[in-house]
Design a protein around this ligand. Structure first.
Ligand code: NAD
Length: 356
């Protein structure tokens, strides 16, 4: 099995190095190849997603991605900015399903801004559609308005659209995931206002009939945003469109208190995927050796589970992470008084030891 490893920028190379050591320690015969992406791709080949990096990603069974971006690239033309690499990979690899677990380890409840009893033991999965919605719907642009409240003034416009097959395939991902978890799917939309959401709800309801063992509920997005902070443990799998998912997945991530702990996966129709931590390249701490590598190590675990069919190895890694947390080891982002502050490498080494 071939894994493309794309470390990227900022803390990317530091955290990826630790995840690679964990993968190496599993004793599997993975073929692992690295290539530059983001700002590193731009520096090496003049493009955030160089052709050779894209080819490697296409040829691989799975991609482990660090993070991209640095404020020093802010003045570059939009198509040359590091973040374009992620959009390019999603598009070229047809990655349409974004899976973001939000897990609150009992040892880390103090890091959440919510009361411990509300978040302790939280384990929800946000499934976000990635290829459609208002982000990609055409037409879009900026023009002179010919009608509306201020004809003759400049206006920006985007188009929200979803086809039935698009809703169905993301729904299938959510229902399949729910079957392996708490057997509950909450579909989030805004069907009281949006036509797109009406179709979304119709298709999800119909699809739900094929999964009688999974409980399907529907919720308006504004209510979902409230319920996520009021009673997040009531959710199991949340499935939603690109725009709502963008916002709700960040909200869910924050429930846990540490972005440095959260993995993510973006899958194609055949479960080939790109796996990356939910956080960015953290340029403010890059090179200091203090970044939390656990989100990346947990992303590697997701990769083993969803794309490489190695459930047992995935669980091994997740247990090792739980063990180091139980032992009181903390990087700076999750540190609290009474625990042991460690750097990126020490945290990686501790996971390796726990694995053994
Ligand atoms: P960020 O996630 O990089 O950082 C936000 C805060 O969280 C910072 O204080 C950072 O130090 C901290 N943090 C993040 N990851 C951490 C870790 N593993 N350990 C400890 N602390 C951590 O978000 P930002 O500052 O808004 O963005 C920085 C750059 O990252 C920008 O260029 C942005 O475009 C890019 N970005 C990339 C991705 C990606 O690669 N998928 C995602 C989001 C942002």
């Amino acid at each position: 099995m071939k894994i493309a490893v794309l470390p990227g920028d900022g803390i990317g190379p530091e955290i990826i190095a630790q995840a690679r050591l964990v993968l190496d320690a599993l004793g599997e015969s993975f073929e692992i190849e690295e290539a530059p992406v983001g700002g590193a791709g731009y520096e090496a080949y003049g493009h955030p997603l160089p052709p050779q990096t894209l080819e490697l990603a296409k040829a691989a069974d799975a991609i482990l991605f660090g993070s991209v971006g640095d404020f020093k690239y802010d003045t570059l033309a939009r198509e040359l900015r590091p973040e374009q690499a992620i959009l390019g990979l999603r598009k070229h690899l047809a990655l349409f399903a974004n899976l973001r677990p939000a897990i609150c380890y009992p040892e880390l409840t103090a890091a959440s801004s919510l009361k411990p009893e509300i978040v302790s033991g939280l384990d929800i999965l946000i499934v976000r559609e990635l290829n459609g919605d208002v982000y990609f719907g055409s037409p879009k642009g900026i023009r002179t308005a010919s009608d509306g409240l201020f004809p003759g003034s400049r206006e920006g416009f985007d188009t929200m659209r979803y086809s039935e097959p698009e809703v169905r395939r993301i729904g299938q991902v959510a229902f399949t995931a729910a079957r392996k978890r708490g057997k509950k799917v909450c579909s989030v939309d805004k069907s009281n206002v949006l036509e797109t959401s009406q179709l979304w709800r119709e298709v999800m309801t119909d699809l739900g009939k094929s999964y009688p063992d999974v409980e399907l509920t529907h919720m308006y997005v504004d209510n979902a945003a409230m319920q996520l902070v009021k009673a997040p443990k009531a959710f199991d799998v949340v499935v939603t469109g690109n725009l709502f998912g963008d916002i709700l997945s960040d909200e869910a991530a924050m429930l846990t208190g540490s972005i440095g702990m959260l993995p993510s996966a973006s899958l194609d129709i055949k479960n080939k995927g790109l796996y990356e931590p939910s956080h960015g390249s953290a340029p403010d701490i890059a090179g200091k050796g203090i970044a939390n590598p656990l989100a990346t190590i947990l992303s590697a675990a997701m990769m083993l589970r969803y794309s490489l069919g190695k459930e047992e190895q995935a669980t091994r890694i997740e247990r090792a992470v739980q063990r180091v947390l139980a032992d009181g080891l903390r990087t700076v982002d999750i540190y609290t008084v009474g625990t042991i502050k460690v750097g990126t490498v020490e945290m990686g080494q501790a996971v390796l030891k726990a694995l053994a």
